[in-house]
Design a protein around this ligand. Structure first.
Ligand SMILES: [Zn+2]
Length: 122
């Protein structure tokens, strides 16, 4: 995407936004799917060969769980943005009903809150 698009005040290309959101959704879903299956780390190693392997395994599971927790809300946001695209409310803040700045949507197409509401939600 050309850099000048970020400053453009032209209406958003909703088809492009939709394509970006679907690509992002696929990426997140793939990562979540990988998380849900089996831990990748250590899968090529034999189990029980060394004292301490169990500890490493437990720690890596905790780390993986942490990643999953941050990916799921991200996926929810993308889903919500896609739903808004479909019902025609894309670009309208879920919190206060104001228009979300197009520059914000270009930067983060999954935004469903205006900057003020997103700050307040933190
Ligand atoms: Zn708002």
């Amino acid at each position: 995407m050309p850099r000048s698009d970020l400053r453009s005040t032209a209406p958003l290309d909703l088809e492009e936004v939709g394509a970006r959101l679907r690509a992002r959704r696929e990426d997140l879903a793939a990562r979540l799917g990988g998380f849900a299956k089996a831990p990748e780390r250590g899968s090529g190693l034999g189990f029980g060969k060394r004292i301490g392997d169990g500890t490493i395994e437990a720690v890596s599971r905790m780390t993986d769980a942490g990643v999953g927790e941050t990916l799921e809300p991200a996926l929810d946001r993308v889903d919500r943005a896609l739903a808004k695209l479909e019902d025609g409310t894309y670009g309208v803040c879920d919190g206060c009903g104001a228009d979300i700045a197009p520059a914000r949507l270009r930067f983060a197409p999954e935004s469903v809150l205006c900057i003020a509401c997103a700050r307040a939600a933190r």
